[in-house]
Design a protein around this ligand. Structure first.
Ligand SMILES: Cc1cc2nc3c(=O)[nH]c(=O)nc-3n(C[C@H](O)[C@H](O)[C@H](O)COP(=O)(O)O)c2cc1C
Length: 181
């Protein structure tokens, strides 16, 4: 098992994946760990929805309705498994929605990292239709739930030499970190 530092330094998004996909049990195991992110008042303001098989085609139809298009979108078919990230806002006088959404986003990043570390290809995707009514209805979202997009998950293609097979470059953190004293 790699350290969190090593896993994050090596992580990269994979836009093209094969038809292999992690099982529901693997997603449950990864979600149990991803849900360990800091969570103000432990509200657990998130949930995940796995879209497999025909559900991806139904999402394509919902996207078409959002776009007033005659033909279903084929975008959801780009991976065998889509994991919808839902910010499930809970009633709280102490924790505002933006803090709750930060927790849901954190869970998605951690889940993405864990799946990448386990050898799967992952890419977080959205679109201008992400918060459309038809897409919300297709997922069965409640009034206090908002989609943050989908993790597209599948098997990794063999890396072509020289293409995406090296360690990603780390950021020049001096640009993003300042000090007040
Ligand atoms: C909330 C969110 C939504 C995103 N939506 C898209 C998207 O719709 N299309 C896309 O090409 N990349 C999208 N990205 C960016 C990719 O997931 C990925 O991070 C980016 O291509 C950079 O690659 P890297 O993760 O290997 O550094 C999104 C990322 C986040 C966090």
């Amino acid at each position: 098992m790699s350290s969190a530092r090593d896993a994050l330094a090596a992580r990269r998004s994979r836009s093209k994946v094969t038809d292999a996909a992690p099982s529901h049990e693997e997603i449950l195991a990864a979600a149990a760990v991803a849900g360990r992110v800091a969570d103000h008042s432990s509200l657990h303001p998130w949930r995940l929805i796995e879209l497999r098989g025909e559900a991806r085609a139904r999402l394509g139809e919902a996207i078409a309705r959002a776009e007033a298009s005659d033909s279903p979108s084929t975008k959801p078919l780009r991976a065998p498994l889509l994991i919808a990230i839902v910010a499930a806002r809970k009633p709280s006088t102490k924790v505002p929605h933006w803090e709750q959404d930060a927790v849901a986003s954190g869970v998605a990043h951690m889940l993405s990292l864990l799946l990448d570390e386990a050898g799967w290809g992952v890419m977080w995707r959205t679109g201008h239709y992400t918060r459309s009514e038809s897409v919300a209805a297709m997922h069965g979202l409640g009034d206090d739930e908002r989609l943050l997009g989908w993790l597209y998950v599948g098997g990794r293609l063999d890396a072509k030499p020289g293409k995406g097979d090296g360690a990603p470059k780390l950021l020049d953190a001096e640009r993003f970190v300042s000090v007040l004293d």
